[in-house]
Design a protein around this ligand. Structure first.
Ligand code: FES
Length: 127
């Protein structure tokens, strides 16, 4: 699975919005650092977080077991699995938030914003 990723800090810095359809196009024109915007590949049986780490990126995490939401990402395109025993409430999942530590790609392409744990709606979930 091919993943285009974007750091939420860049979204904040530039005053962009997560639900902006042009978000990744704007990121492409913003000359961001390679660890803030780029692409990586997820191998079969690899979680999104594992793939990011193998690719040399330091994305946030803590428990690695679906219990803390530090690893949360926002899914702009594609689908990432969400195991049953996790902390993410249904309403946030419906709005596109997922956990990268135990999320496995279900589509060939993903566009994700990582580092979204600083979003206010995720505050209560961060342990
Ligand atoms: Fe805790 Fe993913 S690292 S839920």
């Amino acid at each position: 699975t091919r993943v285009e990723f974007l750091d939420y800090e860049a979204v904040v810095d530039y005053g962009w919005s997560l639900d902006d359809d042009e978000l990744f196009r704007k990121a492409g024109h913003a000359d961001l650092a390679p660890d803030a915007h780029g692409r990586l590949l997820v191998h079969p049986d690899e979680s999104l977080l594992e793939a990011a780490e193998r690719s040399g990126f330091a994305w946030p995490f803590s428990c690695r077991g679906g219990a803390c939401a530090n690893c949360a990402v926002y899914l702009a395109e594609g689908e990432l699995s969400q195991p049953t025993d996790h902390i993410m409430p249904d309403d946030l999942a419906e709005r596109g938030f997922r956990l990268s530590c135990n999320g496995y790609p279900l589509t060939d392409e993903l566009s994700v914003v990582f580092n979204v744990k600083q979003r206010p709606e995720l505050d209560d979930l961060i342990l």
